[in-house]
Unconditional design. Structure first.
Ligand SMILES: [Fe+2]
Ligand SMILES: [Fe+2]
Length: 254
């Protein structure tokens, strides 16, 4: 009976419902080990279900962000992989790096709130349009919510609000400087710029790899955390490899 209950999901839930009914007599007729085993299985099933819901919800939000910004691209997949790699190079724990990998794709979720005619405009933006685009980190926070209690959503929120801050304080929205910018935001900032430069976009062609490397290198201590940018440049080929692995489909085919 023990094995049957543990291995058959439907049958198990049938028993579970039975326990919740008023016929408690049946519960107490089971031996304690069987009852405990069933409860453990139930806990395990629910944990797996919650983990799946969490993962799929994060992926859904990430796709929503990407769909709005670059529907043929794989920018968010690349940002996840670059951010994970740079987190590990920076000595963050594997758990922390994994959480950054999961949440980094949401960095631009606030772009959902930017009108298409501005977000997808080819050519230069005027001052008012640029100011509106620069509101996307704050719009992202409005989407993700405030007073978040889960660690994963707190990291998502941190990345969303800080990925356009700059080491020298000239970024937005708050003009944070140096280590006042959380490490998650500093990591995604480098990866985001790298991907924008090395990829073709509607408004620009892809920069040559060498020029991208020079740019990241030259922004150490101004745009980027110097220690992180230095690691990025030292392991530059890893990031180029990730880019090629997740190359935009339209470009890879054509
Ligand atoms: Fe952004
Ligand atoms: Fe981005």
């Amino acid at each position: 009976m023990d094995a049957d209950v543990g291995n058959h999901h439907t049958e198990y839930y049938g028993f579970s419902y039975y326990f919740c009914s008023s016929t408690c007599q049946q519960v107490f007729s089971l031996d304690p080990d069987t009852y405990l085993g069933m409860q453990m299985q139930r806990f395990h099933d629910r944990s797996l279900e919650l983990e799946l819901v969490r993962k799929e919800t994060l992926e859904c939000l990430s796709r929503a962000a990407e769909f709005k910004d670059n529907e043929t691209g794989r920018h968010t997949s690349r940002i996840a992989a670059y951010s994970h790699r740079l987190s590990l190079l920076a000595g963050l724990s594997p758990d922390h790096a994994a959480r950054i990998r999961e949440t980094a794709p949401m960095h631009d979720v606030g772009k959902i709130g930017i009108p298409d005619h501005i977000l997808l405009k080819r050519g230069g933006l005027n001052t008012a349009e640029r100011k509106l685009i620069e509101q996307h980190p704050e719009m992202g926070i409005r989407i993700l919510g405030t007073n978040l209690r889960s660690e994963i959503m707190q990291i998502a929120s941190t990345i969303t609000i800080t990925h356009h801050e700059k080491w020298d304080g000239s970024g937005y929205p708050y003009g944070l400087r140096e280590e006042a910018i959380p490490v998650e935001g500093r990591i995604v900032a480098i990866c985001d710029v790298f991907d924008a430069l090395i990829s073709e976009r509607p408004y620009k062609s892809a920069w040559p790899v060498k020029k991208v490397r020079t740019c990241i290198d030259s922004e150490q201590g101004s745009h980027f955390d110097p220690a992180l940018a230095s690691l990025f440049v030292q392991h530059f080929s890893d990031f180029v490899e990730i880019h090629d692995q997740f190359r935009d489909i339209a470009h890879a085919n054509g």
